[in-house]
Design a protein around this ligand. Structure first.
Ligand SMILES: Nc1ncnc2c1ncn2[C@@H]1O[C@H](C[S@+](CC[C@H]([NH3+])C(=O)[O-])CC(=O)[O-])[C@@H](O)[C@H]1O
Ligand SMILES: O=C(O)C(=O)Cc1ccccc1
Length: 247
C-alpha cells in the first residue's frame, strides 16, 4: 500500500523548511508523481539513455536517489557487462526505503546504496551520471564544483542526465509557467493551501536556475554537447555529453 501525500493539507502555524524526513519518504512516490510534470517519462528515458551510454566495466551513479526509481530503471535497461550502480542520498529515511524497495526486484547488477552528501563522494570510471531533481537542492555556490567533479569522473563519451525545476529569464513566461504548474498540481488533487504552504516551505531549500545558466555552467566545466531533451512547464531534463575520444 502506498501512502498519499497530505503533508501540507492542514494549516501549519510555524512552517519550517522542507526536508526529506521520514514523513516525506513515506509518501514520496505519490508526492513526486503528483508534483513533477513528466516524472515517469523522464525515468523511462533514463533507462533508454542507460542502454545507449553505459560502457562495459564502468560505474553508473544515481545522485540524490531518493527511493531508487532511476537506479531501478538503469538496472533494468543495462545491457553491458561488468557494470555497477552507485546510488547516493544523504537522507537516512530515503535510503532505508530505497534499500527495501530495490530488494524487491531480481537483478544481477550490483547496486551500492551510500548515505552521503553527493558533494563529498568520489566519482570515477563513470559512463552514466544521473542528477534527477537533486542539483536544485545543493547550495548554489557548490553546484559548479559538483558538476566539475562529475565531468572529471566521466569517461569520454559518458553522459550526465540533469533534471531540474527551472526559472525562466523572461518574467512574463516565468509567471505563466509557474501558474500552469500550479494548475497541474490542483488538477492532481492538491488544494490551494497545500500548493501555497509547500511553495513557502521550499523557498530557502529548492533554488532553481535558468536553463541558460545550466547550459553555460555545463559548458564551462567541459561538456562539449549540452541541450534540453524534455521540458514541461517549469520542469525539464538536460543531457550533457563528454566528448568521445574518437570524435
Ligand atoms: N547534498 C545532498 N547529498 C545527497 N542527497 C541529497 C542532497 N541534497 C538533497 N539530496 C536528496 O536529493 C533527493 C531529491 S528528490 C530526487 C528524486 C529521485 N532522484 C528520483 O528520481 O526519484 C527530488 C525532489 O524531491 O524534488 C532527496 O532524496 C534528497 O534527500
Ligand atoms: O512540489 C513542488 O512544489 C515541487 O517543486 C516539486 C517537489 C517534489 C518533491 C519534493 C520537493 C519538491
Amino acid at each position: 500500500m502506498q501512502s498519499k501525500d497530505h503533508i501540507f493539507a492542514a494549516p501549519i502555524a510555524q512552517l519550517g523548511d522542507f526536508c526529506f524526513d521520514q514523513n516525506v519518504a513515506e509518501v514520496f512516490p505519490d508526492m513526486i508523481k503528483r508534483s513533477v510534470p513528466g516524472y515517469s517519462n523522464i525515468i523511462s528515458a533514463i533507462g533508454m539513455m542507460t542502454t545507449r551510454f553505459a560502457q562495459p566495466h564502468s560505474q553508473l551513479y544515481d545522485l540524490g536517489c531518493s527511493l531508487g526509481a532511476a537506479t531501478q530503471e538503469m538496472r533494468r535497461n543495462l545491457t553491458q557487462t561488468g557494470c555497477a550502480i552507485i546510488a547516493v542520498d544523504n537522507s537516512a529515511a530515503m535510503l532505508e526505503r530505497a534499500t527495501s524497495h530495490l530488494a524487491t526486484f531480481k537483478s544481477e547488477v550490483p547496486v551500492t546504496l551510500t548515505e552521503a552528501d553527493i558533494c563529498d563522494i568520489e566519482i570515477e570510471n563513470a559512463s552514466v551520471v544521473v542528477l534527477n531533481f537533486t542539483l536544485q537542492f545543493i547550495a548554489p555556490d557548490k553546484r559548479e564544483a559538483l558538476l566539475q567533479k562529475i565531468y572529471q569522473g566521466l569517461n569520454p563519451g559518458g553522459v550526465l542526465i540533469l533534471s531540474e525545476k527551472f526559472i525562466s529569464a523572461d518574467d512574463t513566461v516565468n509567471e505563466l509557467l509557474i501558474d500552469l504548474y500550479h494548475d497541474f498540481k490542483r488538477a492532481n488533487g492538491y488544494s490551494e493551501l497545500e500548493v501555497s504552504q509547500k511553495r513557502t516551505a521550499l523557498e530557502n531549500v529548492l533554488r532553481p536556475d535558468t536553463p541558460e545558466h545550466h547550459k553555460e555552467r555545463l559548458a564551462r566545466v567541459g561538456f562539449s554537447h549540452v541541450d534540453m531533451w524534455f521540458q514541461c512547464f517549469n520542469f525539464g531534463s538536460m543531457v550533457a555529453i563528454k566528448q568521445a575520444t574518437t570524435e
